[in-house]
Design a protein around this ligand. Structure first.
Ligand SMILES: NC(=O)c1ccc[n+]([C@@H]2O[C@H](COP(=O)([O-])OP(=O)(O)OC[C@H]3O[C@@H](n4cnc5c(N)ncnc54)[C@H](O)[C@@H]3O)[C@@H](O)[C@H]2O)c1
Length: 249
């Protein structure tokens, strides 16, 4: 589906080699964006999906928590595609650890990958959006923040930070045509969750949702496509829960 106005725009998707990020990269490409993927892992599969939409993809290995790596990525994307219009901050990690067993190194790793990355990518791309008078920043939080389930202290703190991050810059850049929003998924079936301890929760959580099936990555694609579009120009500083109605706040 082509979103009017998306043609020629450039979108960056972090963590786009797999899971939710891959579905978002494929959808944004289908909308007509050229899509650049930043990931620790090679994104060949995503590039192939982007290619099948008829759009162009670019990928580079990037550690989203490392300032130099993000800076190198930003230079490479702008060389390949020119200025970036849409930034999707999706990369994240979610180890399950009890607070009493959590050490400083793990706390810092989760905060750094999930939250510092959003600062780094924002600093890399938002100034250009402001200068050109159009931009979209969409970050992936989690309804773990709203539900406060256990074994997630670092993760919940980081995902609350993602929501907080979106609110303040939204107030600063709105007059320049740049919106900053967050989507919050529930538990999504990706390779990581399906092969880890989260898989044991799929059925029980689905029963707590208004829509009683396990969430799939493509459930995020439409909402993110919309927030990236011209139609969403008057929506900013918001958090959209995309979780089958698990949270009904
Ligand atoms: N899957 C879920 O149930 C769920 C629910 C709510 C929110 N989320 C959030 O959605 C986002 C994507 O989750 P997912 O399930 O698709 O994850 P995933 O593990 O399937 O994919 C994450 C991708 O991010 C990449 N990545 C990890 N650390 C990185 C780093 N330091 N630098 C660059 N790339 C890195 C990985 O290589 C991988 O390709 C995360 O922010 C996650 O917290 C996921």
């Amino acid at each position: 589906m082509n979103s009017p106005g998306a043609h020629g725009r450039v979108a960056v998707v972090t963590g786009g080699a797999a899971g939710i990020g891959q579905a978002l990269a494929e959808r944004l490409a289908g909308d007509g964006h050229r899509v650049a993927v930043a990931d620790l892992s090679p994104a060949d599969e995503t590039l192939s999906l982007i290619g099948k939409t008829g759009s162009e993809g670019f990928a580079a290995i990037c550690d989203v928590s490392a300032p130099d790596s993000v800076q190198d990525f930003a230079i490479a994307v702008e060389r390949a595609f020119g200025p970036v219009d849409v930034l999707v901050n999706n990369a994240g990690i979610y180890p399950l650890t009890a607070f009493l067993a959590m050490d400083w190194a793990e706390w810092r790793r989760v905060l750094s990958v999930n939250l510092d990355s959003i600062y780094l990518f924002g600093k890399a791309f938002v100034p250009g959006m402001v200068q050109r008078g159009w931009g979209r920043v969409i970050s992936v939080s989690s309804t773990t923040f709203h539900s406060g389930i256990g074994l997630n202290t670092h993760y919940t703190a980081s995902k609350g930070g993602v929501i907080g991050f979106s609110r303040s810059p939204a107030a600063e850049v709105g007059e320049h045509g740049v919106t900053v929003n967050t989507v919050a998924p529930g538990l999504v079936r990706t390779a990581t969750t399906a092969h880890g301890p989260h898989a044991a929760w799929f059925d029980a959580l689905a029963q707590q949702q208004a829509i009683k099936r396990t969430q799939e990555p493509k459930d995020l694609a439409g909402p993110v496509s919309f927030l990236a579009s011209d139609d969403a120009a008057f929506i900013t500083g918001q958090t959209l829960c995309v979780d089958g109605g698990w949270m009904r706040s």
